[in-house]
Design a protein around this ligand. Structure first.
Ligand code: COA
Length: 247
């Protein structure tokens, strides 16, 4: 079974992270598949909006830690192709999340146009706790959303937060018992709108910060790459993998 399920429902493309036994941790191959599908959808007149969701109990446990330990992450890695693809994606991108949304599982939501979360969603960006730095443009996008004080609290303590707090932060549109159904229904409504007006409106909404976010993503990427090789980070990953082996 593929680790990314790709389904087209009418004019809506639905991409599902499908590695539930690893809490949908995203591997390099999964990033590459997501990026290529988003890039094709961008130029496909038959697709008007895209929904991203995750199969099973978690949306995603974030980047695959084994990949972090074994693969060198550069600005040409699949994760950056994925980040560029979501940042540049011209059509509405809608996320449906549940359970754990770790690391990129939360930061990618800042690139989505609408987000629906199940009541059990636990958002977390434990970059500092892992010896890393924020990524995916979140060091600009998150404080812009919630203010410097709140962003500092979340990033520097690495603490989790739930759906109600995410709603207060304006990271999500609503808490929904069935977020995937809600996302697909809204994606279908948007798909019925005049397509050029949708594209132009999204472009206008993002125009104020598009280049700034791109520049921040490059700076974050470089600091993240260096941090990945640090003892702090390698030690944190080793601790996680060892604790799982003992269970
Ligand atoms: N990369 C690779 N494998 C991961 C993973 C990740 N990011 N997150 C979870 N897994 C694997 C576990 O190793 C375990 O595999 P195993 O059954 O072969 O031992 C399986 O997924 C289930 O994970 P487990 O930790 O037992 O589930 P849980 O429900 O107790 O906890 C999380 C869920 C998400 C809280 C926990 O898995 C976690 O903290 N993961 C790491 C998140 C992270 O730090 N990501 C990087 C962010 S930059």
């Amino acid at each position: 079974m593929s680790e990314i399920l790709i389904e087209q429902v009418g004019q809506v493309l639905h991409l599902t992270l499908n590695r539930p036994e690893k809490k949908n941790a995203i591997s390099q191959a999964m990033y590459a598949t997501l990026a290529s599908n988003l890039n094709s959808a961008a130029g496909d007149f038959g697709i008007r909006s895209v929904v991203i969701s995750g199969n099973g109990k978690a949306f995603t446990a974030g980047n695959d830690i084994m990949d972090f330990m074994n693969e060198e992450t550069t600005l040409d890695s699949p994760v950056f192709h994925f980040l560029k693809a979501i940042h540049d994606f011209p059509k509405p991108l809608i996320a449906a999340v549940q359970g754990n949304a770790v690391g990129i599982g939360t930061t990618m939501l800042m690139h989505c146009d609408l987000v629906f979360a199940a009541p059990d969603t636990i958002f977390s960006m434990p970059f500092v706790t892992l010896g890393l730095v924020p990524e995916a443009g979140s060091s600009l996008l998150f404080p812009r959303l919630v203010g410097h004080a709140k962003a500092s609290e979340i990033f520097l303590t690495g603490r989790n937060f739930g759906g109600d707090e995410a709603l207060e932060m304006r990271l999500i549109n609503s808490v929904e018992d069935k977020p995937v159904e809600k996302a697909l229904a809204i994606a279908e409504m948007i798909a019925q709108q005049p397509p050029n007006a949708v594209l132009n409106t999204k472009a206008l909404l993002k125009s104020g910060s598009h280049i700034a976010v791109e520049n921040v993503m490059l700076a974050e990427g470089e600091m993240f790459r260096i941090a990945l090789q640090s003892d702090e980070t390698q030690g944190a990953f080793m601790k996680f993998m060892t604790s799982r082996k003992k269970d």
